[in-house]
Design a protein around this ligand. Structure first.
Ligand code: GUN
Length: 298
């Protein structure tokens, strides 16, 4: 038990998400009333990966709830690269479609980079196209990848300082780590931090995590970060969603993050729970990017 942070703040993504969705509702109503435009997402799912199917279902549900359109193109696992690119080209040219999302991971037989590059940057609501990553790294983000974008919103909503802070990111994926670095390091809203990016090749990870004012973990390893790896007063953002066996649970498993929540809670100034932290933000940011694209289409 530490002496300073008895009131660790729980960073609940649902609070932030509700706040953003209220604002999005106003924008969606305005688009409909004034321009007769309904924001529309076209998602593409190749194969039958159960986790991907679940993600796609959640996206469809969220879009429906917000009175937006979400259509899913379910393609067989043996879909060829050229067929997929043809479909994407058609969606690029379809004026009723504002956002295109190819659910990852794609089957190994397909070249993910080539597929993602074929999405028009104007409809790239995932923010994965090199042009959108380039804009982000030049300090003029257009479509920001949803998870890092959602983290910035959480930091803003709960007034977690980043200015002149040392932010340490664990994970260098294109989906989270790399765009997160770009957002925090630049002088943008909730940026201007000094950022260290760690990864599986980092020697003595604790040396870096102990220096963090803000620690962002996207390593994909259940309960990887322990209390003795952080300093008192650290703000912790846990991006991990890991299913681990647990006989005491009715379902036989539970969902945990990349942070050992109970081990780190007392030492941290604030921490995202898993589930309920970063997770609820991702689809909200996808909605936000799709609404932005719909507005840009006017
Ligand atoms: N798979 C896991 N996360 C994501 C995401 O944010 N976008 C897409 N398209 N696929 C994913």
């Amino acid at each position: 038990m530490n002496n300073f942070f008895f009131n660790t703040i729980l960073l609940k993504g649902s609070n932030v998400s509700n706040h953003i969705r209220k604002n999005l509702t106003l924008q969606i109503n305005e688009l409909k009333k004034t321009y007769n435009i309904t924001p529309k997402l076209s998602a593409i799912l190749v194969g039958d990966n159960p986790a991907s199917q679940l993600y796609i279902k959640s996206k469809e549900k969220a879009f429906k709830k917000m009175d937006c359109i979400s259509e899913t193109h379910n393609l067989p696992i043996n879909t060829t690269e050229s067929n997929l690119i043809e479909l994407i080209k058609g969606l690029n040219n379809d004026n009723s479609v504002h956002g295109i999302l190819v659910q990852l991971p794609l089957p190994k037989s397909l070249d993910s980079k080539k597929i993602l590059h074929s999405i028009s940057p104007e409809k790239d609501v995932d923010g994965f196209h090199p042009m959108n990553i380039g804009y982000l790294y030049q300090g003029e983000p257009k479509y920001v990848p949803c998870t890092p974008g959602g983290i910035i919103e959480i930091l803003d909503f709960y007034d977690i300082p980043t200015e002149r802070c040392h932010a340490v990111i664990v994970g260098r994926s294109n989906i989270v780590g790399k765009p997160m670095y770009g957002l925090l390091a630049q002088n943008l809203r909730k940026g201007n931090a000094t950022v260290t990016m760690c990864h599986t090749g980092t020697k003595d990870l604790s040396y870096f995590t102990k220096q963090a004012d803000l620690l962002i973990i996207a390593a994909g390893i259940p309960e990887f970060i322990k209390g003795d790896m952080i300093s008192e007063g650290t703000h912790i953002i846990d991006v991990g969603i890991n299913r681990v066996n647990d006989a005491s649970e009715k379902k036989g498993y539970k969902i945990v993050g990349d942070v050992d929540f109970f081990d780190c809670f007392d030492k941290s100034a604030s921490i995202t729970p898993v589930p309920g932290g970063v997770g609820p933000m991702t689809i909200t940011m996808l909605l936000s990017n799709t609404v932005t694209s719909a507005k840009n289409s006017i």
